[in-house]
Design a protein around this ligand. Structure first.
Ligand code: 6PG
Length: 471
């Protein structure tokens, strides 16, 4: 008998937390997992939370599909890539026209688009959904970025908007556009997340290695900043992370963690998408590059032995400068991220609502912040313009960019690496200058062409004297 409002396959931590969230909100959910022992574990977890009455565990895929009321909404929460394709093939013969697969992993948006194009002619809906907020978010309210089949979205709309985080009572879940739109927006969310984290790390580096602040002292600064314009989840958890002490050694936990960061893909995809569309996203690119450099620990150790340790220990900046620099860098980074989204929307005909995107990022997701509320208001009024020319942000930037400049300059002199903040500053300075220097690039390019012409056609030596238009 079909009793479940929705189904979910893939009971690893994100999937099981999402299922418990759905059950807690009063919906009946059928669940399935390839390894049966994980279904047993989930049943025990649901029971412990008093949610067993709302969950329908199924060990057989066909029985699982039959347990969901038609038209069916089936969430799949498996590892991005090949497992998603395999799961689709497994489900396909079991589904009926009008049913939908809702894929909630961190998938590459072009894969999502391909799956959407494959399933749509078969009458099966495909929703590529970005879910942000980690394990906690999945359990208690994530930010949900929906893309894909609009018709089938309406079948799952009530469940997804109910389980999402709320900001001032508004659900942080929205349908954004067709095909790969939801996963594209999630990818850029992660790119922005990379930028935020990197800029925070750069500022922490100045505090740690400049005046030699302890992790606890740095934690207090971040906790204080979280009360001001930088108020956000990432600033908040930075305060907690820096304050954490290892139970065994009594040492600050952050000092026991190796300074190498990897990545699962979304940061790189953001940078590639930006480059492919010709949209500068230098803060995201810088953040990705910084992680790559960090992962080459052995090379860094060897290079330090050659060049010596940083010579100037100090950075001549105040904590207030660092706070404003972070704010300015963040504005630039978000301006770039939204510009990438706007361009992708135009190129793919997605008609992505920038104000809505900023709204559904105000709670639940990793980059949630007070700042996004101002941003959604700016996009509601201003349309698809670069954030750097929206009045509220102009005021903020005018106030904060001198500090960003001071911090980047001090970092350069003091030999502190600042890939992301310096990229943000250079972007800002390039974007705001009416007269640039590309005239020289154009001129040089023409000169090279003419030099080639001269060499290949020696009878036409006059080519080298062509007068150039330097415009
Ligand atoms: C989220 C996060 C989450 C994770 C990313 C990035 O929105 O909940 O973005 O998806 O942090 O997968 O992971 P990496 O930093 O390891 O690439």
């Amino acid at each position: 008998m079909s009793t479940a409002d929705i189904g979910l396959i893939g009971l690893a931590v994100m999937g099981s937390n999402l299922a418990l969230n759905i059950a807690e909100k009063g919906y009946t959910i059928a669940v399935h997992n390839r390894s049966p022992w994980r279904i047993d574990e989930f049943v025990a977890e649901a029971k412990a939370e008093g949610l067993d009455g709302k969950t329908v565990p199924k060990y057989d895929p066909a029985e699982f599909v039959q347990a969901v009321k038609a038209p069916r909404s089936i969430i799949i929460m498996v590892k991005a890539g090949k497992p998603v394709d395999e799961m689709i093939e497994q489900l396909l013969p079991l589904l009926e026209k009008g049913d939908a697969i809702i894929e909630c992993g961190n998938s590459l948006f072009t894969d999502t688009q391909r799956r959407f194009d494959y399933l749509t002619p078969k009458g099966i809906g495909y929703l590529g959904v970005g879910v942000s907020g980690g394990e906690e978010g999945a359990r208690h309210g994530p930010s949900i970025m929906v893309g894909g089949s609009k018709e089938q979205w309406h079948n799952a709309e009530a469940v997804l908007t109910t389980i999402a985080a709320k900001f001032n009572g508004e659900s942080c879940c929205a349908y954004l556009g067709e095909g790969g739109a939801g996963h594209f927006v999630k990818t850029i969310h992660n790119g922005i997340e990379y930028g935020d984290m990197q800029m925070i790390a750069e500022v922490y580096g100045v505090m740690r290695d400049g005046p030699g602040m302890s992790p606890g002292e740095c934690a207090d600064v971040f906790k204080e900043w979280n009360k001001g314009p930088l108020n956000s989840y990432l600033i908040e958890i930075t305060g907690h992370v820096l304050a954490a002490v290892d139970g065994d050694t009594g040492k600050p936990l952050v000092e026991l963690i190796l300074d190498k960061a990897g990545q699962k893909g979304t940061g790189v995809w953001s940078a590639i998408a930006a480059q492919q569309m010709g949209v500068p996203a230098t803060a995201i690119e810088g953040a990705v590059a910084a992680r790559s450099i960090s992962s080459r620990k052995e090379e860094r150790v060897a290079a330090e032995a050659i060049y010596g340790k940083r010579s100037a220990g100090k950075a001549d900046v105040t904590l207030a400068d660092l706070e404003k620099a972070l704010l300015a860098g963040k504005i630039v980074s978000y301006a770039q991220g939204f510009a990438v989204i706007a361009k992708a929307s135009e190129e793919n005909g997605w008609n992505l609502p920038l104000a809505t995107i900023a709204k559904i990022w105000r709670a639940g997701c990793i980059i949630r912040s007070r700042f996004l509320d101002q941003m959604s208001a700016a996009y509601e009024k201003g349309g698809n313009v670069n954030l750097l020319v929206v009045p509220n942000f102009v005021t903020l930037m005018k106030d904060a960019h001198p500090s960003l400049r001071k911090v980047v300059a001090a970092a350069a002199v003091g030999e502190f690496p600042m890939i992301c903040l310096s990229a943000a500053l250079s972007y800002f300075d390039s974007y705001r200058q009416a007269r640039g220097t590309a005239n020289l690039i154009r001129w040089s390019a023409r000169f090279l062409w003419c030099a080639w012409l001269r060499d290949c056609r020696p009878w036409d030596r006059s080519a080298r004297y062509v007068a150039f238009d330097a415009g």
